[in-house]
Design a protein around this ligand. Structure first.
Ligand code: HEM
Length: 543
């Protein structure tokens, strides 16, 4: 047996089981209290231990990134299944599968194989729809995650790189999704391909060359589906997984950011250890995400390609819309006035109006958020490391800018469906276009102003509660007949009879049942994460 012996000065020999000795050392040297000597002893176990003992803060908003990750895992699993049956070819065949309305119709092999997956492959329709729903959940959760990071200032030092990688995941995800439904070669995706054709054609100087290289000649050509297939099942997922790996690596490298609250400081982390509590919760979340996607895939129809028919290069169905997350681009193209800029080169070089909303605008939308952390740090003259998040109300300018950007995006998205809205409400499409242009110029600044005022109002309310206490709902009648609402102060009054609590950016309890007098609970596995800090007032929120 592998037993070590030690001999004391007295000459007494002890037989020590290595496992027992390791446990004793582990107990004696919990993480966070390591000394050089204990590092020396614990070297073999340190990397894994460091990861397993990592403390992660607990809040629902931190789950958004994880939901995106689990949707991506679901996309890869369902995508591999689809790849077995999908035929990425534009060769024409005559359909003879089980969907009778299209029997005998000439179509591409790609579209025919999509019909086969939907009607003839066992479980094919379920997996196709799961793949589609997972892609939407992926994009939606990435958007929500990025908004959370933006509005709480989680992009500040040392997480600037993480913010840029997160944005890249979003844009690559959008493009992956686009290539996904373009390669089905149905009547709807044909319109999407035609839009791409026009956009690349509008690029000055290289546009024609770029377009014919991409499509292999005139629209629609014979190669675009095969090229999109390689991009979709190989290159873009590999890029996405690599970016996500970088995100996870950066997350492990930096101390996680946490919401401000009692006992939470820039120097500590209050939450669950990665193992076992956090890990078990994550397994639960994965099962939940997968289950919801499976339910949606099984119960809610999405992209019924058999209704759209095969693609015809010259035909665009009326009311064809892109996926909801790409509608902003359609809206921008629709609202752009037909201004053709002619450069004085040769006989005059004309730049197509499509170029500005479809190439320049997306480039700005990709670039501007990436440099925003630098601009904000410079504007606020604050380039320090921050591990405590900020509540949106505490940085009104950033919150208002975010609201302005969201409004801009929403206006473009709504007017991406301007033809459908015009048809449904029986208004002229021309009037819709003008309404969209006015809304695009007017609504974002209005959103900025309203959001700014709301932030100041919320701050003011917090300060008022800190100074005067929480409303109890108890109305007391005074001897002279007046009425007074009884307030519960958040701290004992000072010598002058007033409560003086500083405004720290922490959530302030607004109801009596949010008040608890306990000190912050310290959670951890085996040993506490941090020694209890000094009490911060005699209240904390019940979040
Ligand atoms: C290894 C990863 C992936 C593989 C192997 C894969 C494979 C496929 C295949 C073979 C199809 C066409 C079959 C069909 O829909 O009938 C497809 C469609 C699609 N893919 Fe993927 N995919 C992967 C990742 C992704 C990702 C990351 C996204 C989104 C971010 C995505 C979004 C889509 C969409 C929206 C469709 C159209 C679904 C439909 O309505 O039929 N895929 N994918």
């Amino acid at each position: 047996m592998n037993v070590r012996t030690t001999t004391e000065a007295s000459g007494i020999e002890h037989r020590v089981d290595p496992a027992t000795e390791r446990r004793r050392r582990d107990r004696a040297a919990p993480p966070g209290r390591t000394t050089p000597a204990s590092d020396e002893r614990r070297r073999p176990a340190t990397p894994l231990r460091g990861v397993l003992n990592r403390v992660l803060p607990e809040h629902w908003s931190f789950l958004l990134g994880e939901i995106a990750l689990y949707s991506l895992v679901t996309l890869v699993v369902t995508g591999v299944f689809l790849a077995v049956f999908f035929e990425p070819s534009m060769d024409e065949i005559v359909y003879d599968g089980s969907y009778t309305p299209l029997r005998g119709t000439p179509m591409s092999e790609a579209y025919a194989s999509t019909l086969d997956i939907s009607f003839d492959v066992r479980g094919g329709l379920l997996i196709r729809q799961m793949h589609h729903w997972a892609s939407m959940l992926f994009i939606a959760s990435i958007i929500a995650y990025l908004l959370r990071v933006f509005f709480t200032g989680a992009f500040r030092k040392p997480r600037k790189l993480k913010w840029i990688v997160g944005l890249l995941v979003f844009w690559v995800g959008l493009f992956t999704s686009y290539t996904g439904y373009m390669k089905l070669d149905d009547g709807l995706s044909a319109s999407g391909l035609r839009v791409l054709w026009s956009i690349t054609l509008s690029v000055p100087v290289v546009g024609t060359w770029l377009t014919s290289t991409l499509f292999g000649g005139e629209f629609p050509g014979e190669v675009i589906i095969g090229r999109f297939y390689i991009l979709h099942v190989l290159l873009l997922p590999a890029l996405l997984l690599a970016l996500v790996a970088v995100l996870i690596g950066l997350r492990l490298r930096h101390k996680p950011a946490q919401w401000p609250g009692a006992g939470r400081t820039n120097a500590n982390v209050v939450g669950d250890r990665l193992f076992p509590r956090y890990a078990v919760k994550q397994v639960g979340l994965f099962v939940l995400v997968f289950g919801v996607i499976a339910l949606l895939g099984g119960l809610v129809q999405v992209n019924p390609v058999w209704l759209f028919g095969p693609s015809h290069g010259a035909v665009a169905a009326s009311a064809s819309q892109p996926a909801w997350y790409l509608m902003f681009l359609d809206g921008a193209v629709r609202l752009m006035p037909p201004w053709e800029v002619t450069l004085p080169i040769g006989n005059g070089y004309a730049i197509a109006p499509t170029f500005w909303p479809a190439v320049v605008l997306p480039t700005i939308l990709v670039g501007l958020p990436m440099v925003y952390p630098l601009l904000e740090a410079r504007m606020r003259r604050d380039d320090r490391e921050h591990h405590l998040l900020e509540r949106p109300r505490d940085v009104p300018m950033r919150t208002a800018l975010g609201a302005m950007a969201i409004t801009f995006y929403l206006v473009l998205t709504v007017f991406g469906a301007s033809d459908v809205i015009a048809f449904t409400f029986d208004v002229s499409t021309n009037a819709m276009t003008w309404a969209g242009r006015v809304a695009l110029l007017l609504l974002p600044p209005v959103a900025y102003w309203i959001t700014y005022r709301i932030c100041l109002g919320l701050q003011q309310h917090d300060r008022e509660v800190l100074a005067h206490g929480v409303e109890t709902g108890i109305i007391r009648r005074l001897p002279h007949g007046g009425y007074l609402e009884v307030r519960q102060p958040l701290a004992p009054p000072g010598p002058d009879g007033r409560t003086k609590l500083p405004y720290t950016g922490q959530p302030v309890p607004k109801k009596v049942n949010h008040l608890v007098t306990l000190r912050p609970a310290i959670k951890g596995f085996l040993t506490p994460t941090d020694p209890p800090g000094p009490p911060s007032g005699h209240w904390r929120t019940g979040e």
